[in-house]
Design a protein around this ligand. Structure first.
Ligand code: SAM
Length: 329
């Protein structure tokens, strides 16, 4: 098992399949994009499949989430998911995506073994979408969401980051939209993970503010806290349920004590935390002939060194060198 010195066990693997993205959301990357990883540095589909297999068969990983960058940009996504679904014990398989192009691929992804999906949607207003992501793709995202639901990738979850003076007043509209379509909405506090290092605490729309902006429109009742387990989202029943809304207060309501996640970057580095400053290289030993047992040992050591918390609220906090798009959200 992947245990750390604080007694936590990592069972949830987040795999970034690429650092590239077709949007430029300002909380993540600058309008001009970034210097992408050179292709030879990025894990091949077979390499991803091997590391996921080691995680599942040897190290106790029970959930695998593919993310990025934008994972739908990987042409071999279906075969990577199929290889993951063939593992024993079969892990839960999910995908975090911006939804662009999902209408063409949702059925194939489901048939390959994808169980669930999270689609990022920060606004319902085309002009705000353009401003926030520097692309005019809102209708593609909404089409992708509908395709995910039609393909049965349920519950379809929606991730929203609210930004001051941009979409901060859209929380009620987004929740109404999600309830009408049967999607489960989660608001995520903006974290200091943008490539530009432009995050400022005072600009962050906090979990308290998000809940305050929903309160005049909906009755929110906290869900049973025992049901939360290691999930990042605090869940609230909306108007008594069954509709639910989640708030991920990564900064103001951290949940590091129950964290069960570990990350594999697109270039084959293990990160024991989104905010880790160290990484453990699995790619190079793998390419130089390391055995499964040797790779598992490196991975175990990486998780064992996990710190008790992300430290965002500590005076000495330093943002990690890699942005969210290169770590995998
Ligand atoms: N491209 C995919 C997408 O748009 O969902 C997957 C990668 S994206 C990095 C994963 C999630 O991270 C998205 O829901 C996005 O909103 C969120 N995210 C990115 N940067 C963030 C930040 N600085 N703070 C909070 N969430 C962030």
């Amino acid at each position: 098992m992947l245990t750390d010195s604080y007694g936590r066990i990592a069972t949830d693997l987040r795999v970034s399949l690429t650092d590239r993205c077709n949007l430029r959301c300002s909380y993540c990357m600058p309008p001009e994009g970034l210097d992408w990883l050179p292709k030879p540095e990025v894990l091949t589909g077979d390499e991803v499949a091997r590391l996921v297999r080691i995680g599942v068969e040897t190290l106790g990983i029970r959930e695998v989430r593919f993310t990025g960058g934008e994972p739908l940009l990987r042409r071999d996504l279906v075969s990577i998911i199929a290889a993951t679904a063939a593992l024993s014990p079969r892990p839960e398989i999910s995908l975090t995506t911006n939804g662009i192009g999902l209408d063409r691929r949702a059925a194939a992804l489901r048939d390959a073994g994808l169980d669930r999906i999270n689609v990022s949607l920060d606004t319902l207003r085309p002009e705000v979408f353009r401003k926030l992501s520097h692309r005019d793709r809102l209708s593609d995202v909404l089409t992708g969401l509908a395709a995910a639901a039609a393909a049965g990738l349920t519950p379809v979850k929606v991730n929203t980051v609210l930004m001051r003076d941009l979409n901060e007043n859209e929380a009620p509209d987004l929740l109404r939209y999600c309830m009408e379509h049967g999607y489960e909405l989660r608001f995520i506090e903006q974290m200091p993970l943008d490539a530009q290092h432009g995050w400022r605490r005072e600009d962050m729309v906090t979990a308290d503010e998000i809940l305050d902006s929903l309160a005049p429109h909906f009755g929110l009742t906290p869900d049973d806290p025992a049901a939360r387990g290691s999930a990042p989202a605090e869940i609230f029943l909306v108007d008594g349920g069954p509709a639910r809304v989640g708030v991920i207060g990564s900064v103001t309501r951290p949940f590091c004590g129950t964290c069960d996640r570990v990350r594999l970057t697109a270039d084959g580095q293990i990160r024991n935390c989104l905010f880790a400053r160290d990484e453990s290289n699995l790619r190079d030993p793998m390419r130089h002939g390391a055995s499964d047992a040797e790779l598992a040992a490196i991975w175990r050591r990486a998780v064992a060194a996990k710190l008790p918390g992300h430290g965002i609220n500590d005076p000495g906090f330093l943002q990690p060198a890699r942005p969210m798009s290169a770590i995998g959200g």
